[in-house]
Design a protein around this ligand. Structure first.
Ligand SMILES: CC(C)(COP(=O)(O)OP(=O)(O)OC[C@H]1O[C@@H](n2cnc3c(N)ncnc32)[C@H](O)[C@@H]1OP(=O)(O)O)[C@@H](O)C(=O)NCCC(=O)NCCS
Length: 277
């Protein structure tokens, strides 16, 4: 499952209407578009738009299962399917350009090097000594970590841990880290790409780690990594990656910057920048 959601400003005391439809079907995966409208004195205002990608699996072989094709008969439906196809293409392009696969481009490398230079002692000709520039925090110091024992109460229909539970726990950790970093209360702007890479089994030891990875204006990009740890071998496997974007409620207290110290943190910084932009 893969999720993208823009979080709107919603009123707690008004009715909401949920609707959804298949907007693209591939060979074994489908994109679902979900909309939420909210009542505003008798008229429905569109407040939320979310995309979910679901993959069909054969329960016996655990391999991908074929889906029925989606056919548009009206102009409107054909346009929806075309947008769904473009979304899929965009996701594939983003995956191909991932920093896990290829190096940053020239402008991104310049950004990282400029950040690095700012942390060196002027005229000292020493690469090793790093100084934190004013009004900023090392990325590692923004980090928070927690762990959960995955109890059967949180299972879904397929006897795995329910994705909504993982999203909630990750969101709460990211919100806490971002608020501590900003030293003020924040609003949620978007739940960006959420990847469910592997199912989380009941009984797993689940570790969640978050960091503030990028800051721009009044916006804070956080990244949460969820991993399960095998208690016998201490082997770790990433199960989910979550991106949450928060923003300050007003511009009274400007945000400090976040500064990467290591190469891995610099890649997280660029990854966060790509997601925010
Ligand atoms: C989703 C999952 C089955 C994909 O595994 P995979 O090895 O990449 O599977 P496949 O290569 O067979 O791809 C299956 C389909 O998913 C699509 N897909 C895979 N990764 C994707 C991604 N990151 N974004 C969009 N689509 C993706 C593929 O394009 C393919 O679609 P197609 O047949 O229409 O072309 C696997 O990552 C998984 O089990 N995740 C955990 C799901 C889960 O536990 N969810 C809990 C929340 S309910």
């Amino acid at each position: 499952v893969f999720v993208e959601v823009a979080i709107p400003h919603m009123h707690m005391d008004r009715d909401i209407r949920l609707s959804g439809f298949a907007s693209f079907v591939g060979s074994s995966s489908m994109e679902i578009t979900l909309k939420i409208d909210q009542d505003n004195n008798g008229t429905w205002e569109h407040v939320l738009h979310a995309l979910f990608v679901l993959a069909a699996r054969d329960p016996r072989t655990k391999k991908s299962a074929k889906m029925n094709p989606l056919i548009g008969t009206s102009e409107k439906d054909i346009a929806i399917i075309k947008t769904g196809k473009l979304n899929r293409q965009r996701r594939l392009t983003e995956q191909d350009k991932s920093l896990f696969k290829i190096p940053p481009d020239t402008s991104e490398s310049t950004i990282v090097h400029d950040l690095f230079l700012k942390t060196l002692t002027q005229n000292a000709s020493i690469f090793r000594t790093r100084l934190l520039v004013e009004n900023s925090m090392w990325m590692e110091e923004t980090g928070l970590r927690t762990m959960y024992l995955c109890h059967p109460e949180q299972r879904n229909l397929y006897n795995k841990i329910f994705g909504g539970y993982l999203m909630r726990k990750s969101f709460e950790l990211a919100w806490t880290a971002a608020s501590l970093f900003a030293k003020q209360s924040l609003s949620t702007l978007a739940v960006d790409d959420i990847m469910f890479e592997r199912p989380v089994e009941i009984g797993s030891l689940l570790f969640l780690t978050t960091r503030v990875v990028y800051v721009e204006g009044n916006k804070i990009q956080t990244r949460v990594n969820a991993e399960v740890v095998d208690i016998h071998t201490a082997e770790r496997h990433t199960t989910n990656i979550f991106y949450f974007i928060f923003k300050t409620k007003d511009n009274k207290n400007p945000l400090q910057n976040v500064v990467p110290k290591t190469y891995a943190e610099a890649m997280m910084y660029l990854d966060g920048k790509r997601h925010l932009n």
